[in-house]
Structure formats: C-alpha cells, structure tokens
Design a protein around this ligand. Structure first.
Ligand code: FES
Length: 143
C-alpha cells in the first residue's frame, strides 16, 4: 500500500493479493452497502461498480480516498485477518479508523453498525502505463 496526496486528501493505493480479493467476497455479507448505492462525496466510477471496486484490467489494485465518511479522520490499514486488538474475531482484513472505530473492508466498504455511514470514496483513475496510475482523471474527463 502507498498513500499519495490528491487535492489535499490522502489516497490509498493498495496492491491486493488473491487472498485479499477473496476476503472482499467474504465481507459482502458484513458490510453496510455492498454495492455502493449511497456514495459519499463523489459517484463511484462505472468501471468500479463490481465486487472489488476496481478496474477489471487491474482488479487487484484498490484506489480509495483515505477520509473516513464519519468525521474525516484517516483510517489505518489493518490487513492482517483474524482476531486482534480492537477488531472482531472474524476480521477479514481492511481498515480501522482510530477516531471512533469505524471499519472498512479491503474494498473500502464500511462494515455494518459503525459510526461511518458510507463507503470510502473511489476517485476517477486510469492507468497510463502498466506501472503508473493517474488519479482524478479517466477516459471520460477530470473529476
Ligand atoms: S471519523 Fe472515523 S469513525 Fe469517526
């Protein structure tokens, strides 16, 4: 995972393993809005309306705005699955917001019954080479 600045906010870029993608599928029943029907501050790009919330040609790469949809703190990566401090025993891996305990899965979707009401935003993005991604812009224009 790397964090980059985009328009004054952190954006997480996560290269998910096959196991992490499987954890996203496992989390479907545990998250509040699996299909992101209620996006936070920007529409979910059409090419990310799939179970991994990523582009089909780079489905392992997750790109989300690192701003908690509760009160704006920065969630922290907690990628290790399983029982651990401050997380449920069936934790599939994801992100934990240190401010009030909202948790997000490995696709940035908020778990049920948390203070945060919505999933992390997915900005527009496009790959301009196999190893370079442009955030805030895609084939349809700029965000
Ligand atoms: S700001 Fe993240 S849970 Fe409150």
């Amino acid at each position: 995972m790397m964090t980059v600045a985009w328009r004054g906010v952190p954006v997480f870029v996560v290269n998910r393993t096959k196991e992490m993608l499987a954890a996203v599928v496992k989390a479907n029943a545990m998250v509040a809005d699996p299909g992101t029907t209620r996006p936070f501050s920007m529409p979910l790009p059409a090419y990310c309306r799939n179970e991994y919330r990523s582009r089909a040609d780079h489905k392992g790469i997750l790109i989300v705005v690192g701003v908690c949809t509760h009160l704006g703190c920065t969630p922290r990566p907690r990628f290790q699955a399983g029982p651990q401090a401050n997380l449920p025993d069936n934790w599939p891996g994801g992100f934990l917001c240190p401010c009030h305990g909202s948790t997000y899965d490995l696709a940035g979707r908020v778990f049920k019954d948390k203070p945060a009401p919505q999933n992390l935003d997915v900005p527009r993005y496009m790959f301009d080479s196999p190893t370079s991604v442009l955030i805030g812009k895609d084939e349809h224009g700029e965000a």
